[in-house]
Every structure is written in C-alpha cells, then in structure tokens.
Design a protein around this ligand. Structure first.
Ligand code: PEP
Ligand code: MG
Length: 580
C-alpha cells in the first residue's frame, strides 16, 4: 500500500483479484455489513407471528426477483439462470422447514435465518471443490438480503448512479439491481471469480476487483475511486499524476473500441452463421494487458517457455519450489481469462528455443532433443510443470497441451505422468479440475499421420503449422536460404491437415490451429472449409482474422477447399487463392 497526500486525504493503492476487465472511475458507495445486523433480537415470543414475518419476507424477495426478471427477461444472458437459482434457494422446502423448526424453538425470524443459512454455508465450505465453495459467498449474501427485508420490509434501493459499489460481497440479484442503476464498478472484500456475481459483472461489462481485503473500512462513501479491472488494482483518492495516467488508459481503451467498432462484440461466425472459436496465442505476461484478449474466445496457445522465466527453475533442485513458482504464473493467467479456456502448452524447449543455460550441444537441434522428448527425459522438471497446470485448473478453464509429438508412446507416457501427478496432488489434498482436458500439438508429419491412433487419448489436437511445414517440406523455418521452400501452401502440408482433421473429427476430437498459417488471409477459407473448430492467432491479427471469417460463407469455403486439395503444386494453389 502506498500513501501520498491529496487534499488532506492520502492516495491509497489496494490490490485484489481482477474479476471483470475494464477501467472505471467514480464515487464510492460503501455497503457496510453491519447494516444487516443492527436491530436484531435473538428470541421472539410468538412463533406464528415470526413465521408469518418470514414467509412475507420471502414473498417480498421473490417479487423483487420477478421485477428483475421482467427487466432482464428479453435478454439472452446468464442473469436468467442466476435469478432462478436464487429463487430455488428461497423456495427450498428443507430450508423453510428448518427455519420453521428454529422459530418454533423460540428464535426470532432473523436468528432462525442466520442459524439455518450459516449451517448451509458451513457445509458448503467444508466441500473440497473450490468452485462449490465459492457458492458459500452467495448463500451469505442471500441471507443478508432476507435479514435486510425482515428488518426494513424492503431492500435498500438508494444507490446514486455511476457509483462504484464497495461491499464485503454481493449477491447475484444485487449485481442485477445495481446494473440497472448504471453503476460504474464493483469492489468486494471476498468472492471468487466463479461466483454468479462475478459472472454477471463480466457479462454486463462492469469492471470488478474482488478479494480487496478490508475495502469497506478503508474506503468511505463519497471517496473518489479508480478501478483497473485488468490488473486488479484499486486507487482511492488518486493524486493528479495517477488520474492523468488513468485518463490515458481510458482514452486508449476507448480508441480501441472505436476502431474495432461493432465487430469486437459480435460472435465470430461466417456469413452463413457457422461459429468458429477465435482465440489468441499468448507469449508473455504483458500481453495480458491488451484488452483485445478479453474479447477473444480464450487463449488457444500459451507458450509457457516464454511466459516463465526459465533460468529461475531450470536448475531448481527443489521441485516443489519450481511447481509453486509456476503455479502463481499460470493461476494468474487462468484467473484473468476465466471463464474462457486457456490452453497451456508444456515447455517446448530445444531447437530454435535453446536457452543459453542448456548444457548440451547438438549438430542438428531442429531434428534433435526438443519438446516432449526433452520433457520426458527430465521427469521431475516436467512433473513440476504438470502439477502447476493442474493446480491452476481448479476453476475449470485450463487445458494441457503437449509440444512436438512424434510417437504414440509419447502421448501415453505423458498421460501416465499426468495421472501420477494427479495422484500425488490427491494424496496431499490439493485440488484441481478432475475433468481437465488434454491435447497435443500436431507439428510433425509423424503425428499428423497417426491422429487416428492418438485420438482415443486426447480431447483436442492443434496444428502447429510453423513446425509442421518445416518438417514436411524439409526447410528450416528460420533459414533464409531456404525460405522459398518453406511453403505452408504446399499440397503435402494441406493434405496432412485434411487427413489429420478428418481422422480427428471422425473420433469426435476437436481440431484447432495455432501456427502462423492461421493469420494468413487466404488460409482462413481453407481452415473453415476443413471444418476447424478453433483458430488461434496473435493478438494484433485477431480482428483482421475475425473480419475475414465474417466475409466468407461456410459453403463457399468448403467448395474452395475441395478445389485447393485437387491442385498439384503450391504455385497452382497460390494462383487459385490469388496469393501473390
Ligand atoms: C507451430 O509450430 O506452428 C507452433 C505454433 O509452435 P511454435 O511456433 O511455438 O513452435
Ligand atoms: Mg512448434
């Protein structure tokens, strides 16, 4: 925390978890927890009267939900499901019966609600699954709402427009209500990125930072507050210098939205409505600050060998330290992207990515000890990375991908290693997403030709056409002497794409591409025509590719692909596709 002077009130910088991206500035409106608890008495004399107060309260709460439903009713958004899940809690017969039992014992309606909801909350908190545990925040908030209505007969409605709400936590229906009040942002002390409140904040585009400890005490209603929903930073009473740098960021964000116009918010689909997941390749952490990333369908390739400072872990004797170090990095990426998928590729080291601390030399590293070959020979090093991936998968949006596969046994051995890692985490009681998806890169002809054999072991494949091209046409991707041989439109490369895709699709394995070919204007039609499910490109190419996809029809693309696959040479294909 840093303190500077600003009109007598110091600037305070707080940090939390970025839960919904965007920048925002406004006056704080602090919701203190204590307003819910002030007038409560523990016991009541007349149980019948108390139970009637309780049922009337639930009716009032439900009529509020009806009101929200009428507001969001026409929208196709998660709010409907969220409101219905709040309603199902309110209508839960066991919950009502237990509250009645407690009222009959002499407790006031408020105390009975407190006792029963706390019991439910605690039983949820004792569940090992972190996502389910995050539901406990919602139970707490629904309880607070009921108590508020019990005490004041209705929910508080006064929130000035464009406020930044600061609260311990928010219930989903509060987020829906506040959204109608045009609030500028949300800061909470607790919460999780998978709670319904966070999901709603994201889908409404309200910048939100959660997990800002003690925020309701540090921030006062009326304080000026800046939210950076990309980094999870909150600035209270900003000094002029901070305001200025914030203004610049907002300008940049606005400019980007203007340039991208409508396109950025539209789904990625062809003219005739075929949806393609358009994702982004991530190399380094600073790329996470590019707002375009959050308009994509996720990260289709994270090159972890660039993301992680390798010199920190390569000679790490303590593998637990290496795992912890990596976990922090992967978890940050996964949380920032949540709920969108993040495909972490295991370290692809060797060949062109040959760190200077490697203690071996090869005459021909491109055909040497790289990717999965190196990983499987350094099992401890590999396992530390897998465990870090698994731990970061706990929210459910992480996938694992392996580089440079050339044999089936590499896939089988890696899977066995992953199972070993899962078992070791289980033994320590460490959580991960049990249904985590696993896939491989198809970067060698050897792998492309055995996709039918690999398919039973994987959920997805992704073509790395940079390497697939170099190994198919036998031309080093980095050697300018043979750059005219490095030809991704060579019929052999396209035939491999076609065969491997068909083999994967027949076996219900998803197919994607993350090589540079994905960003080539004339390849877009081919990839759509080949029936790719996802295309992953570098961030600067994202909108251009999105535009190309929107300009083609699936039908035309199929036809074009059929024609291309009949051609005998790259030059014929280039001519047909109008590539100079
Ligand atoms: C590829 O080979 O196409 C690929 C995406 O991997 P990299 O460029 O990291 O080798
Ligand atoms: Mg590659």
């Amino acid at each position: 925390m840093s303190l500077n002077s600003n009109n007598g009130k110091g600037q305070i910088i707080l940090s939390g978890i970025p839960s919904s991206v965007g920048y925002s500035c406004g006056k704080a409106f602090v919701i203190k927890k204590s307003i819910f608890n002030s007038k409560r008495s523990e016991f009541a004399e007349n149980p019948e009267e108390e139970f009637e107060r309780f049922t009337k309260t639930i009716d009032e709460y439900e009529s509020q939900l009806d009101h929200y439903l009428s507001v969001v009713g026409k929208e196709k958004n998660p709010a409907l499901a969220v409101l219905n899940s709040v309603r199902s809690i309110l209508q839960d017969p066991f919950l009502r019966d237990e509250i009645k039992e407690n009222i009959d014992k002499g407790y006031s309606a408020e105390s009975a609600v407190e006792i029963v909801f706390n019991k439910y909350k605690n039983s949820i908190l004792s569940i090992k699954n972190r996502i389910l545990r995050e539901r406990a925040y919602e139970i707490e908030q629904i309880k607070n709402q009921i108590i508020e209505i019990l005490q004041t007969k209705k929910l508080s409605t006064y929130i000035p427009e464009h406020s930044i709400i600061v609260a311990n936590s928010l219930s989903p229906d509060q987020v829906i209500y506040f959204r109608n009040k045009q609030i500028a942002g949300i800061i909470t002390e607790v919460g999780g990125i998978t709670t319904h409140s966070s999901i709603l904040a994201r889908s409404y585009g309200i910048p939100e930072v959660i997990g800002v400890s003690n925020a309701t005490n540090i921030i006062s209603t009326g304080d000026e507050v800046i939210i950076d929903g990309y980094k999870g930073i909150v600035v209270v009473n900003p000094v002029e210098k901070t305001r200025e740098s914030f203004r610049l960021k907002v300008e940049k964000e606005k400019e980007l939205k203007k340039t991208l116009g409508e396109l950025i918010n539209l789904p990625t689909q062809t003219k005739d409505g075929k949806h393609i997941d358009l994702q982004i390749n991530l190399n380094t952490k600073d790329e996470l600050e590019n707002p375009v990333i959050y308009h994509s369908d996720g990260l289709g390739l994270v090159r972890t060998e660039h993301l992680v400072p390798l010199n920190e872990i390569w000679n790490q004797n303590n593998l637990e330290d290496s795992e912890n170090f990596q976990y922090e990095i992967y978890n940050e990426v996964a949380m920032k992207m949540y709920p969108k998928p993040v495909v972490f590729r295991a370290f692809d080291l060797g060949a062109d990515k040959f760190p200077n601390f490697f203690d071996f030399a090869e005459n021909n590293p491109m055909l040497g000890f790289r990717g999965i070959r190196l990983l499987l020979s350094k099992r401890g090093f590999f396992k530390a990375q897998i465990k870090a991936f698994l731990r970061a998968s706990v929210h459910g949006n992480v996938k694992i991908m392996l580089p440079m596969i050339s044999t089936l046994s590499e896939v089988q051995d890696s899977l066995q290693l992953i199972e070993e890692c899962k078992k070791e985490l289980d033994e320590k009681g460490i959580e991960y997403h049990k249904g985590i998806e696993f896939g491989v890169m198809i970067e060698t002809p050897a792998a492309a030709l055995i996709v039918d054999l690999i398919a039973p072991y994987v959920n997805f494949i992704s073509f790395g056409t940079n390497d697939l091209t170099q190994y198919t046409v036998v031309a080093d991707r980095d050697n300018s002497f043979v750059s005219n041989y490095f030809e991704p439109f060579h019929p052999s490369v396209l035939r491999l794409l076609k065969k491997a895709t068909d083999d994967a699709k027949k076996r219900k394995v998803k197919v994607g591409i993350c090589g540079e070919l994905a960003s080539h204007s004339s390849a877009t039609a081919l990839l759509i025509g080949l029936d790719f499910d996802s295309i992953s490109v570098s961030a600067p190419n994202f909108l251009q590719v999105k535009k190309w996809i929107s300009e083609i029809s699936y039908k035309e693309a199929r036809k074009k692909t059929r024609e291309v696959l009949k051609k005998a040479s790259a030059s014929e294909i280039r001519k047909y596709l109008n590539i100079s």
